[in-house]
Design a protein around this ligand. Structure first.
Ligand code: ADP
Ligand code: ZN
Ligand code: ZN
Length: 745
């Protein structure tokens, strides 16, 4: 007799375990690990989907039930994938099912449908994952179709409405009623169908590498058949992409394949173009703006071996590619590699597991590596490769100056622009060169600072900027919960010009236009990026029409390589220094380095002007000279002193409920329990404190942060606690999610 061990397609945590079924005689020896079957489940023997994870000749279960039928002819996953699922479950506290659905991209078996439209009507969640989970639970019995739609959107950031209807065999009414309830939102989005027009792309040949590039390439291609993580640290414009392409070339000649992860596909059209011109139709592009049909087309090309170089965003790490020979993670420090939905995996960590399984190299690349990765490189765990100069002849790093905005204010300049930046812009317009103005909006208007002296209100315990809660007019620390009254006078200098930050790109645009009435200006931010004006179109217009000034948020900082841009202005550089996140310094250093790296990529030297209220801040001064090493030295000692990653992991437990007290009580209960249980482990527990967005859609959220090195004991303890939480009647109205090293605090 044969038995199959399966994961069932039920989201409830209580069912997060393996189940055994007997294989009926007509299916004996026909089943394989990874196949989808139909099994009877529960008291009513309801038929549900299940996924085979093991086959054996033995079971402990009495009265074992029989599998009903096979739903897939070929396995959806293999044993490596299974190992990855187990890893994800433990590392990110997800269920087997959630991990499986992430690792084996949903809808793999569906047929594609072609439409010629340029834009796509689609849906995305309008609520947080936890709220979606609640809506899912309450819809499951009453409105099963709505429940399936919610599930679908929890697995995919965005799904075209035609795909929802095709996959679930439903009409549009379920989508509409979910929209009415505020659970999903309709989005219209540009389709990148056949993102690449190969006929318009000229084939490119490998450039003769510089000496630095040669060293990096040699180190990697001489050891293609062993697992090793490389950290390729190269300044902006040093030619990292050329290094990737030459390594991939070598991998392809050995008959193997490659995965290249990029932070956000719509931001890197130039990168895709370069890969397309080198590797032609061997590339496949995967990102969240493909309709599911198109994504399946790409999956099929990958599975059939037609596409041998996969370029994609974080989920492309799960691409069903055979014979993988190398993995590359470009801009490895980017936070978009961390998923925001359960399981909240980090693509860099998953990439390391995959590379190890296949015994192949993993290249992490960045101009500003994450402190964690650099730490591993210095300690010998990763191999460090460096590129210190720009690859193109004559291109040099830009000349950067810092402007003290406190002085400007003291001298009566209330404009958003310093006198120096105004002069530089005028000069650029006169010369016919282009300018990029960057408005930093990360941590928008949440911290309080003094415009006269630059003082920022911080938590005395955590050294993190306190967050201003407008409705209750208090300041609080999102790590430990320290709370104080709002200030109206600066404790340092007594000025009453102390308030929270906040300027929009629109205001910047108006002011630039007023200062330079004849200049042509383009604005790029979330508002201007819509179906009509895509990112790519704005950038193409900027390049083609030689628009004088491009104003933008974070979107203008990355990946742009335009030779005619010679000036970059950073307004309010301080903004990201005071987000409620221990990575604030790292992010600021990265932003400033990246944005300055946009200037002077051609023949003409570049300039950058950084406006700040804290001109002596060492993160800013070091970023201006691209002095990563000194920045790292400072930052790593801070991290060590305050016990932040890489010296520990941060585990967050978020409790949310419509009932403020219920959320708080559940959090307190957990804090006490964990304090007692984990006394033997070397860790500290912070909180419960209100979350960054304390109250969303009338739900209250409380959080506990645990600082520890995640080991087996702690993983087991927390997993048990999660299960216990969901079994207790008291917590019926409180949802709990556990996240490892969350990106947003
Ligand atoms: P990075 O990714 O490190 O910022 P890029 O790969 O974008 O740098 O390279 C910057 C520019 O230098 C590109 O225009 C690229 O074509 C050019 N380049 C790269 N390598 C070489 C080389 N060996 N010789 C000449 N130009 C090069
Ligand atoms: Zn002050
Ligand atoms: Zn604190």
């Amino acid at each position: 007799m044969q038995f199959a061990t399966v994961i069932v397609n039920k989201t409830a945590r209580a069912l997060d375990q393996f189940f055994d079924y007997q294989v009926p005689s007509h299916l004996e020896n026909k089943l394989l690990v990874g196949m989808v079957v139909l099994v009877p489940f529960g008291k009513n023997n309801q038929a549900i989907e299940a996924y085979i994870v093991a086959l054996s000749n033995y079971t402990d279960i009495k009265n074992v039930k029989e599998i009903q039928e096979i739903l897939s002819n070929e396995p959806l996953f293999d044993t490596d994938t299974l190992e990855l699922i187990r890893f994800m479950k433990r590392r990110y506290f997800s269920t087997y099912l959630a991990a499986l659905k992430t690792v084996v991209p949903y809808g793999l078996g569906f047929n594609s449908k072609q439409t010629g439209d340029k834009t796509l009507q689609g849906s995305a969640l309008a609520v947080t994952y936890e709220e979606a989970l609640d809506a899912l639970e309450s819809a499951r019995d009453k409105a099963p179709v709505q429940a399936r739609i919610i599930e679908l959107l929890m697995q995919n950031e965005f799904v075209a409405n035609c795909d929802i209807q095709m996959i679930l065999g439903c009409g549009s009414s379920a989508i509409k009623s979910l929209e009415k309830k505020g659970i999903l939102q309709t989005v219209s989005i540009e389709v990148f169908r056949n993102p690449i027009d190969f006929s318009a792309i000229q084939k490119s040949k490998a450039l003769p590498p510089t000496r630095e590039q040669m060293n990096a390439i040699d180190s990697i291609v001489n050891h293609l058949d062993c697992f090793q993580v490389y950290l390729l640290h190269g300044i902006t414009g040093s030619g990292k992409t050329e290094v990737f392409m030459q390594c991939i070339d070598k991998v392809l000649t050995q008959g193997k394949t490659a995965i290249v992860l990029v932070p956000e596909i719509s931001l890197t059209p130039q990168m895709i173009h370069r890969f397309a011109s080198r590797f032609g139709k061997q590339i496949a592009v995967l990102h969240s703006r493909l309709s599911m049909g198109e994504r399946n087309d790409e999956y099929k090309r990958i599975k059939r071996g037609e596409a041998r170089v996969v370029i994609g965003v974080r989920s492309a790490i799960f691409a069903p590619i055979k014979n993988l020979g190398i993995i590359i993670v470009d801009e490895e420090h980017e936070s978009s590699y961390k998923s925001q939905t359960v399981p909240a995996y980090h693509a860099r960590e998953v990439a390391a597991i995959r590379a190890k399984q296949r015994n192949i190299p993993l290249i992490l690349a960045s101009a500003t590596p994450s402190v964690e990765s650099y730490y591993k490189a210095l300690s010998g765990k990763y191999k460090l490769l460096t590129l210190q100069s720009r690859a193109k002849e004559n291109a040099s790093v830009p000349d950067v100056s810092i402007v003290d905005m406190r002085r400007e204010l003291a001298e009566g300049n209330r404009s958003l622009f310093s006198t120096q930046l105004q002069k530089e812009i005028a000069l650029n317009i006169e010369r016919g060169h282009q300018t990029i103005l960057f408005l930093n909006r990360r941590g928008f208007s949440t911290f309080i600072s003094c415009r006269s002296c630059g003082y920022v209100v911080k938590c005395p315990r955590c050294n993190i900027a306190l967050t201003y809660h407008k409705n209750k007019n208090f300041l609080t620390c999102h790590y430990c919960g320290y709370t104080q009254k709002n200030l109206h006078e600066c404790p340092e200098c007594g000025s009453t010009y102390i308030k929270h930050f906040g300027t929009g790109t629109q205001r910047v645009e108006e002011e630039v236009q007023a200062l330079f009435p004849n200049a042509t200006i383009l604005r790029m931010d979330l508002d201007t990026i819509s179906a009509k004006n895509s990112h790519r179109q704005i950038l193409e217009q900027f390049e083609r029409e030689k628009i004088d000034i491009l104003i933008g948020t974070q979107m203008v900082t990355k990946g742009l390589d335009y030779e005619n841009v010679t000036l970059v202005g950073v307004l309010a550089a301080d903004m990201s220094l005071y987000t409620d996140d221990y990575r604030a310094n790292e992010k600021t250093f990265d932003l400033i380095t990246q944005v300055c790296g946009r200037a002077g990529r051609g023949q003409h030297p570049g300039r950058a002007v950084i406006q700040t209220y804290m001109p002596d801040n060492s993160v800013l001064t070091l970023a201006c000279t691209q002095n990563y090493h000194s920045f790292y030295e400072e930052e790593i000692s801070l991290r060590q002193a305050l016990l932040y990653p890489p010296f520990c992991d941060l585990i967050s437990l978020t409790f949310s409920s419509f009932n403020e007290n219920a959320a708080l009580n559940a959090a307190k209960l957990a804090a006490n329990f964990l304090k007692n249980m984990l006394i033997t482990e070397n860790l500290s527990i912070l909180g419960p404190s209100p979350c960054g967005f304390y109250k969303i859609n009338n739900k209250f959220r409380r959080r506990i942060l645990i600082k520890c090195k995640l080991n087996d004991t702690i993983v087991n303890m927390l997993t048990d606690y999660l299960n216990k939480h969901y079994k207790s009647a008291e917590n019926r109205f409180v949802s709990l999610s556990v996240e490892t090293n969350p990106i947003h605090m």
